[in-house]
Design a binder for this molecule. Sequence first.
Ligand SMILES: NC(=O)c1ccc[n+]([C@@H]2O[C@H](COP(=O)([O-])OP(=O)(O)OC[C@H]3O[C@@H](n4cnc5c(N)ncnc54)[C@H](OP(=O)(O)O)[C@@H]3O)[C@@H](O)[C@H]2O)c1
Length: 310
Amino acid sequence: MTPHDVLKLCVSNLVSYLPSAASLSSVSSVSGLLSSLLSQLPAPSLPSVLLSLLLTLPPSLLLLLRFLLPPPVLPLSLDDPLSSGSHHCVVTGGSSGIGLEIAKALAGRPGVRVVTILARDGGRLESARREVEAAGRAAGRKVGESSSSSPSSSSPSSSSPSSSSPSSSSPSSPPSSAGGLLVNPVSADLCDYPALSAAASAACAAHGAPSLLFNVAGFAKAAPLLAAPMELFRSMSDTNYLGTVAATKAFLPAMLEAGGPRRVLLTSSCAGQIGLHGYSAYSASKFALRGFAEALSLELVGTGAELTVA
Ligand SMILES: NC(=O)c1ccc[n+]([C@@H]2O[C@H](COP(=O)([O-])OP(=O)(O)OC[C@H]3O[C@@H](n4cnc5c(N)ncnc54)[C@H](OP(=O)(O)O)[C@@H]3O)[C@@H](O)[C@H]2O)c1
């Protein structure tokens, strides 16, 4: 039987239920038409009625309850690992946009001791440092002096901040410190792995292994394939994909060595889940992160470190 035959059969079955022209002329409303149609349907058998009730009643009741009852409060939100402790958090791309907002949010958490913000431009890093400190103060944190308490859950070595490599914290603006919160600006390029790796080692030596690494640095530029130069594909892949790999590779050894629960976050995008028109370079660089994360998360099983792609 061809699809055309199946269609013909369906139509003829449907037509056989329709009221005749004579009875149609007596139908004056939609409800009249429906009752006319229903009266011509064969009487339903008891098992089919029971089956219909069984299939439709439970979801209908659940739907009704969903609108009648208040939404449930999930206890998950009560468990905030940053409400206490002495955490060092690193945010790449922390001088602007989403990364800066994450750094400011972290500054308000009482368990966060150091927020390292990493980006290239020293001037923007400096003004971001002031914003993050202000966010800490607004949340009642002490901002300034370097805390004497060594990071309980980190610090692969306890060398002093002054032993940092030149690529860490610009000398003109030493990280302000204090009993509560320290904001540590680090100028480094994700696309220069040797310099990035040295800056990461210095930050870990000075402030302990990060509990949280937020890989946020990245950029987007739309251009249809035929109009996009190869350089756009290279630069977006270098920053969004390889830059994230580089930062993870630079900080992860200290995180694993310190042990305990650690988390690495990778910033993707909607364009990293579905291809968007005009974003072939960007989408590809963000899709790559997903593959990277899936494979790396298998390597991390049993280490205490976990990955999130957001
Ligand atoms: N904004 C959105 O609507 C949106 C939506 C989905 C996903 N995202 C993703 O979220 C992330 C942040 O986006 P955003 O809009 O907040 O960006 P943004 O405001 O332009 O900030 C980008 C940050 O990354 C840093 N950065 C860029 N290239 C770098 C490199 N090679 N090395 C070190 N740091 C570098 C920048 O500082 P320097 O230039 O000084 O280095 C800046 O701090 C990106 O990965 C983006 O793809 C954004």
